[in-house]
Write a protein that binds this ligand. Sequence first.
Ligand code: 5GP
Ligand code: MN
Length: 378
Amino acid sequence: NLGTRKLRLAVAGCAHGEMDKIYEVLAEIEKSKGYKFDLLICCGDYQAVRNYGDLHHMHVSEKYRSIQTFYKYYSGEKTAPILTVFVGGNHEASGYLSELPNGGWVAPNIYYMGFANVIRFAGLRIAGLSGIFNGKEFNRGHYERPPYNEHGDVVSSYHVRNLDVWRLKQLRPADADNTSNPIDIMVSHDWPAGIVDFGDRDWLLRVKPFFVDDVNSGKLGNPSTMQLLYDMRPRYWFAAHLHVGFAALVPHVSKDGSQEAEPTRFLALDKPIPRRHFIQALELDIADDAEMKLSYDPQWLAILKNTDNFTSISRSNAYLPSAHSSERWDFRPTEEELAAIFKLGDLTIPENFQQTAKPLMKDTPESRKAKPSPYYRN
Ligand code: 5GP
Ligand code: MN
């Protein structure tokens, strides 16, 4: 007999290091609408650059190689006014993010989801996948870490790996009607390839005519994540990367045409430039007494544990069992496996942010000579 209330969610497309601008826009919306946002989700190209050294670890053209504003939130000069969660894209402080493969705080109140993750907030389950698709790297382990070699490791470090997609596929619900464990929100940087067919394709090709070949050949986006969408059936899927706002609705129907689960509402957002669809405000029903802190997702922890043997930091192709394998291939946690996770107790994500590189206190000509920070391990 508990009541419900609205969670105020803001979703942003590619952030490109414009934290100051984004929080300013959100403050204006809060003022005009008379509410406060509870959570901000950023869909990649976040650019968590701590200092000038980190700029050496970001794959970007010289024109865009700029310190931007994240460093102020890292040094403590500013504090993120809204709890912020993000996935990685293809323009990131890749050296810094490689310190947090399973996610973690990159600054107070700013949480990076790692290569793949599921976290909880206010009773909602939020899944994420970082990076963009590239066939060459898809089956490899996550082998890249600073110091990056000269053969493009800083580029391949943000390419999506099958291991992470496969782990997320273990979230598929046990029951056809998706009531056992719905994922509320999925976040990725590139779009699931094929999603365009579920929205206004003609409009998209009018505003982005150079997408036509890729759309027609089904190659616009990540070819592995449309199946993930069908398996996972999230209520919402947010993405960015193509610098255009685009909505789609994907039904989940069985072979006889009956609806098996709520359709997935897909929304892609633009980058932070004026008059573009860069931010979307959403309201979601949550319980009155919902915990407004991030916590680990028990099922995801069980999946990580079940599939830990397959973690690879090697450049060679990683083996993953499939339905044709003689060994276990379905890693959806059993009751016992989940019970072992619950024994861990409180799953609230601790607010344990730590600086692992020298913060930039003042943007001076001297500070611009900084060398990349060494890879941090404890
Ligand atoms: P980024 O900001 O990540 O460097 O680049 C995003 C831009 O690259 C988008 O605006 C889009 O024009 C282009 N782009 C990214 N992926 C694709 C793709 O698969 N096909 C096409 N045609 N363009 C793409
Ligand atoms: Mn991008």
